[in-house]
Design a protein around this ligand. Structure first.
Ligand SMILES: Cc1ncc(C[n+]2csc(CCOP(=O)(O)OP(=O)(O)O)c2C)c(N)n1
Length: 629
């Protein structure tokens, strides 16, 4: 290997083309070291990125980005791509405020074709790009890179259906590593692993071919005859090879860390006149032992010590996810009807404990949010008690199922909306800021949000007793560290909590109640008196306590960590209207329906004016403008 570092000499993909395979292998080593060093400081998707280093090098070696279009599914595996496309300096500030996004970002580079963050979108987008190319009489390549986890999402099959129908020239790279975040699940995953287990067959085929080739004159006719035979064999041994039967040429399995094999397969695919899928077998976490051994933990890692793989800081208080998961596990011990469902996020949603205790009552459905909700509706109709734990941003996928399958029939399905509010380092695709607005207008649904992890437990308990659809939203990260009540307590739907009396009114929804208390404390020192209410519910609202307090107040403020348009503040305004309370001045604090910068949640809150200091200043200003100060 060359003693000189190669990575600094790569300012764009064209620089790769001059390198030998040996040099590319050296580059792979340097890239891995760079990714490990950076993610150990910034946090990020380590295991997925270590798994695609050779694949990304081969893609940029064979294809000609940005002329050729590479579309990444989910996009969490784009770090090597970023390093090869002119962003090495900026890479040091990956996922930091004002730094690089951890996902493809069109605003960052012309090499990032498609902004993503949610799964299973690459095939549809790539087909759109391929159809547009042909319409525009261009001849570049379009390549979709999709993981086996993302291939569990229904939209991927809608795309395959049309790809096989249109037969456009399109290259699909299936990055198969047997992992979603957790080990991948489902019949299709089993099918892919069955194809991989056919490797001995492929080796035998290659050996047979080289023997035949060596027979003078007769060799090639024999190979041609063998191809017809191979087709027959394939059909017999691999009945209905899924992709081929759809009209998509299948190549594989390919060793996804062999640059030679990858380059050969991609060059073949480049010249193929129709849709073609290359099945690459890669290893998540490749090249960093802790990530290889525990790819789930290193799927999305917080900053860690490189030599031990241990996180640099441990959360001192229990996370909301864990509080939720423990509550479901506890309740599940005495109620056999409780069923827990996740869409490929067992660990992230805190459901692992329930899963371990009740493997027959726990379902990981794959990255299939729509199906998860629909499936829960079926269980609820039959009298079971499903709880579907999905991040706020990903439930957007299943909006129609929540409406059509659950709310219209008033089925008692519980939605646990984790990562609700500002999520931070994962950037715009992962903010959980829209759920209040997208659920509030649906029939029959009860919307709740706890002020802390203890109240979350009582909400989970209560939700199982309402007999209606319920969505509980709670934020990413640690709770307040409050002590947890031993006994569960029932909270009647729509019952708010007055936390502090005062002349005017500040009504907050969810964990931002704690920011509201801080704001009220700051303003109290200046002589302003605000009653603080923990609304607990965005629907139904407390139509006894809130109108009563509102009638006495000169000013009403609402606070939520969600978009203002159609959000909690709008609900309060409508409630005042219903109760014919028109006189108090009114102001809602929340988030603009916008794309927020990447960074830590505290940094984003500050930029958006949702930290205690900014809120106190805005409230003071409002009083002044209303001439109440
Ligand atoms: C719609 C949606 N649901 C859930 C997720 C969370 N998520 C991010 S990556 C991932 C696993 C993806 O697995 P795969 O496509 O195989 O990629 P790998 O990480 O294995 O390379 C999941 C479930 C998401 N991004 N989008």
């Amino acid at each position: 290997m060359s003693p000189e570092k190669l990575l600094p000499t790569i300012s764009g993909p064209e620089d790769l083309k001059k390198l030998s395979i040996k040099e590319l292998a050296q580059l792979a080593t340097e890239i891995r070291a760079r990714i490990i060093e950076t993610v150990s400081r910034t946090g990020g998707h380590l295991a997925s990125n270590l798994g695609v280093v050779e694949l990304t090098l081969a893609l940029h070696y064979v294809f000609d980005s940005p002329r050729d279009k590479i579309v990444w599914d989910v996009g969490h595996q784009c770090y090597t791509h970023k390093l090869l496309t002119g962003r090495q300096k900026e890479f040091a500030r990956l996922r930091q405020f004002g730094g690089l996004l951890g996902y493809p970002c069109r605003e960052e580079s012309e090499h990032d074709v498609y902004n993503t963050g949610h799964a299973s979108t690459a095939l549809s987008a790539a087909l759109g790009l391929a159809v547009a190319r042909d319409r525009q009489r261009a001849n570049h390549n379009v390549i979709a890179v999709v993981g086996d986890g993302s291939l569990t999402g229904g939209v991927a099959y809608e795309a395959l259906n049309q790809i096989g129908h249109l037969r456009e020239r399109l290259i699909i790279v299936l990055n198969y590593n047997e992992m979603s975040i957790s080990p991948n699940v489902g019949a299709l995953c089993r099918y892919l692993s069955y194809l991989v287990s056919g490797q001995p067959y492929l080796r035998i085929k290659e050996q047979a071919k080289s023997v035949l080739r060596s027979i003078p004159r007769l060799g090639w006719p024999l190979i041609r005859a063998a191809r017809a035979f191979e087709d027959m064999i394939k059909k017999t041994f691999f009945p209905g090879i899924f992709f081929e039967e759809l009209g998509i040429r299948y190549i594989g399995p390919i060793h996804g860390h062999s640059l030679h094999s990858l380059i050969e397969a991609l060059e073949h695919a480049r010249d193929y006149p129709g849709p073609i899928l290359i099945h690459c077998v890669t290893q998540k976490g490749r090249g960093y032992r802790p990530a290889q051994l525990d790819p789930e933990k290193f799927h999305s890692a917080s900053p860690f010590n490189i030599s031990t793989g241990q996180p640099l800081s441990r959360e001192k208080t229990m996370s909301y996810s864990r509080a939720f998961g423990e509550a479901v596990a506890e309740l599940g011990r005495s109620d056999e009807k409780i069923i827990a469902i996740t869409a490929a996020m067992t660990d992230g949603t805190g459901l692992n404990q329930f899963a371990e205790e009740n493997p027959d009552r726990f379902f990981d459905v794959g990255i299939a949010e729509q199906h998860a909700v629909n499936f829960a509706a079926g269980l609820a109709i039959a009298g079971l008690k499903p709880v579907v734990a999905i991040y706020s941003t990903f439930l957007q996928r299943a909006y129609d199922q929540v409406f059509h399958e659950v709310c219209l029939m008033d089925l008692p399905v519980i939605f646990a909306l984790d990562r609700a509010g500002i999520v931070g380092e994962d950037g715009p695709t992962h903010q959980g800021t829209n759920d209040i607005a997208y659920l509030r207008h649906l029939p029959n649904i009860i919307l709740m949000a706890p002020k802390d992890e203890n109240e979350l437990r009582h909400m989970v308990y209560s939700a199982f007793r309402y007999g209606h659809p319920v969505a509980i939203r709670f934020p990413k990260g640690p709770g307040l560290g409050v002590s947890l009540d031993k006994e569960f307590r029932f909270i009647p739907a729509g019952q708010a909590e007055l936390l502090q009396p005062g002349q005017d009114l500040l009504i907050a929804y969810g964990h931002v109640v704690n920011i509201a208390l801080e704001v009220a404390r700051k303003l109290q020192e200046e002589g302003l008196s605000l009653a603080v209410v923990n609304a607990r519910f965005a629907r139904p609202l407390d139509e006894i306590m809130l109108p009563e307090l509102a009638r006495k107040a000169r000013v009403i403020f609402t606070l939520e960590e969600g978009v203002i348009e159609g959000g909690f503040g709008s609900a309060v305004r409508e409630m005042l209207d219903r109760n014919q309370i028109y006189h108090p001045a009114f102001k809602s604090f929340g988030l603009p329906a916008d794309v927020y910068p990447v960074g830590r949640p505290e940094e984003i809150r500050k930029v958006l004016g949702l930290d205690a200091d900014s809120l106190a200043a805005a409230i003071r200003d409002f009083y002044q403008k209303q001439k109440l100060l």
